[in-house]
Structure formats: C-alpha cells, structure tokens
Design a protein around this ligand. Structure first.
Ligand SMILES: Nc1ncnc2c1ncn2[C@@H]1O[C@H](COP(=O)(O)OP(=O)(O)OP(=O)(O)O)[C@@H](O)[C@H]1O
Ligand SMILES: [Mg+2]
Length: 356
C-alpha cells in the first residue's frame, strides 16, 4: 500500500443555502496525478481551493501527510499552483518571474540563479530566459507558470484547468510535458479538468464529480470499463443507452443473473453499450439483430456508423445507435447508408444501470 498524502474527510461547502460540495471523502496517494473531472459548476475548483486553504470548508477536515491542516492558511501547506490564465507578471522577464518567490525567501543570489536555470531546463525553455511573457506562446507561458510553481520545491502541485486556454495541438504537447515532469519529480499533483481525454491520458486516478458529489474514483481504465452509474458512463467516452429486449429471436441479455438481481432493486433497467463494443455478424443468429445504416462519419482512425433499429421491443435513449468500425472492415464490407446489417453486442460488454 502506498502512503496516503491527502485525506479529505466529509468535506462540505455551502454558499448561503447553496451546496457547492456535499460530503466529499477522498484519499490521494503520494506521487499520484489525480484528475478532478466533471461538468461545469460541479465543484472542482471549490474542492481545489479547499485543499489549498484558499477556501474554508463549512464542515469536514483536510489532512496532509497525516496532519489536520483544516485551519492552516495556504502559506503553511506548501503547494505550487497553476491556473487556467497564465498569471505571470507581465512586467518581469521569464527569469524574474521564476526567481520572484525565491527572492522573497531571501535566498542567496547564486542559489536563486542555479535553481531558476535548473527548472528552466526541466521545462525545456532555457532559451527563453530573457523574454517577457507577452513574447511567449500560450503553451510556453503555461510551462513558465509551472516552472515558477515547481522552483519553490512544493510538497504538491495544484493545477486548475492549466491547458484549457491552449489550442488542441499545443494542449496535447504540454499535457505530455506536464505528465512526464510530474512522473520524473514524483510530485503529488491534483489537476482540475472538464476534458475527459485529458483525464484519461494523464491521470493515475480520475475522480469523477457531478452536482457537488464524487460519483466514482478509479484508474482511467477502471472508470471507462466499469462505470458505476449512467452519468459516469456517459461523461467518459461515448455510450448508447437503451431499454427493453429485442424481438423474441434476439435476446441481447448476456448476463441474465445480473439483470435479474438489478431488476429486483428497481423497476427499470437501463442497458448501455459503447460504440466499439458492437460487431457485425455474417448471419442473423439468436443474439443478433438487424439495423439500418442511417449515417456514416469518418473519424480518422475509423468510421462511426449511426444505426436505426428495424425491430421493436427495444428503445434507444437517442435516435440512433452509434457503432465504431475500423477503416479496414468498413471497406472490406463496402458499407453505405441505407444498408441493412446484422449486429450484436460483444460478449460481456453490456453495462447495466438502475435508471436514475
Ligand atoms: N464564492 C462563491 N459564492 C457563491 N457561489 C459560489 C462561489 N464559488 C463557487 N460558487 C458556486 O459553486 C458551484 C461550484 O463552483 P466551482 O467553481 O467549484 O465549479 P467548477 O466545477 O470548478 O466549474 P468550472 O468547470 O465551470 O470551472 C457553482 O455553482 C458556483 O456558482
Ligand atoms: Mg473551475
């Protein structure tokens, strides 16, 4: 078992009668990169600010390294922080921006010099040392903001949507840089994002939040493969939701026992299947059903087909069923809109949820 670095116990935050966080319990291991992921307004920033001590919880406790720091001001928590907007000092050079905190600590000039140069090397921006923030690209500015946070040798790093102001290509590059630096330094990092791809590619652990609550916590593969609620299934990746069975000939239920168990708990059972967990069958069989290709989208790595049902007894939550197919198979079968095909759900890939 790895050491617990941060322990949040029954954290609650109210603004007047509005609940921004309701009973958050969360443990974060030393050295992990944890993404707080969720839709706008779910409480991600509020939780980050409570961890930082910039905001006081209405109830509950924050433990860092086993110490109750709930009443500590931010200055006693030793973290580095980077926000969405760069927040570099515009009138200072890169060097001065990074040296700022060290100067305030009255370190000797030679030591400041050494630390600034070392950290600039780490973020691969040594050549930019004399520039002013406005002479740097957005991605470079964010890496300087990261260097400015890291140069203080914090115990942990807090990042609030640090990449969201960057365009897609730069975001991908900086994302990789942050992750490899974080792993190299082994620094515990908590990053807020509402971008599921960012969370899936960067995090050791994803904490999915919605409506002031933690919905699920787990590794990226765990939350993707085993979502425990329809919200998480839908928020991370794409998924089709449907109710009911197919015609008598095509029973799509692959796990009867599980379905019966769940049905006892609630009247309505929601089934779900990711678009990549569908396959075409050559011949209509017991667990397949016929669909019509309504629309075809090219996605670069393959095609997404939008299918309409041709049989009753099953209702989709959306108008069409999405199905991802490789380019190779798409051309091999020379598919086009209007075609009728037989498909089935891959074995063990159906999800069951109680209807919310
Ligand atoms: N100081 C405040 N006073 C009143 N309400 C607040 C305050 N700060 C945040 N809230 C409310 O708390 C809720 C959570 O806000 P928070 O900023 O944590 O959301 P978020 O998940 O970070 O959203 P986003 O992705 O848009 O940044 C929101 O409904 C917000 O309006
Ligand atoms: Mg926020």
């Amino acid at each position: 078992m790895s050491e617990i670095f941060l322990d949040l116990k029954h954290i609650k935050k109210k603004y007047g009668s509005f609940t921004a966080l309701s009973d958050i319990n969360l443990q974060i291991k030393k050295g992990e990169l944890v993404c707080l992921l969720g839709p706008s307004g779910c409480g991600k920033t509020t939780l980050l600010r409570i961890i930082a001590g910039l905001e006081k919880p209405t109830d509950g406790e924050v433990y860092i390294n086993g110490n109750n720091v709930t009443s500590y001001p931010p200055s006693r928590r030793n973290f580095g922080i980077v926000f969405q907007s760069y927040a570099l000092f515009p009138n200072m050079t890169v060097y001065e921006n990074i040296a700022f905190g060290l100067k305030n600590k009255h370190l000797p000039k030679s030591e400041i010099d050494k630390k600034v140069k070392e950290i600039l090397e780490q973020v691969n921006l040594s050549s930019q040392i004399k520039k002013y923030p406005m002479q740097l690209s957005g991605g470079q500015q964010q890496r300087i903001a990261l260097a400015r946070a890291l140069v203080m040798s914090p115990d942990f790093l807090l990042l609030d949507e640090p990449l969201s102001a960057l365009d897609a290509k730069v975001r991908e590059k900086v994302r990789k840089e942050i992750r490899s630096l974080q792993q190299k330094l082994g620094i515990t990092t908590i990053m807020v994002t509402h971008d599921q791809e960012e969370a899936l590619t960067m995090a050791d652990t994803i904490v999915v939040m919605n409506n002031a609550c933690v919905m699920q916590q787990g590794s990226p593969t765990d939350v993707y493969d085993n979502p425990t609620s329809s919200f998480v299934a839908d928020f991370i990746g794409s998924i089709n939701f449907f109710k009911g069975n197919l015609s008598k000939n095509a029973n799509i239920t692959t796990d009867k026992q599980l379905e019966e168990k769940l049905l006892k708990k609630s009247g309505n059972l929601l089934k779900a299947c990711r678009p990549e967990d569908i396959e075409i069958v050559e011949e209509r069989s017991l667990n397949s059903f016929n669909v019509q290709i309504h629309n075809i989208e090219f996605h670069g790595y393959g095609y997404r087909l939008w299918l309409s049902l041709t049989e009753d007894e099953m209702s989709l939550n959306n108008e069409y069923l999405s199905f991802d197919i490789s380019t190779e198979e798409f051309f091999k079968r020379s598919l086009s809109a209007g075609d009728i095909i037989s498909i089935r759900f891959k074995r063990g890939k159906l999800h069951y949820f109680e209807e919310e």
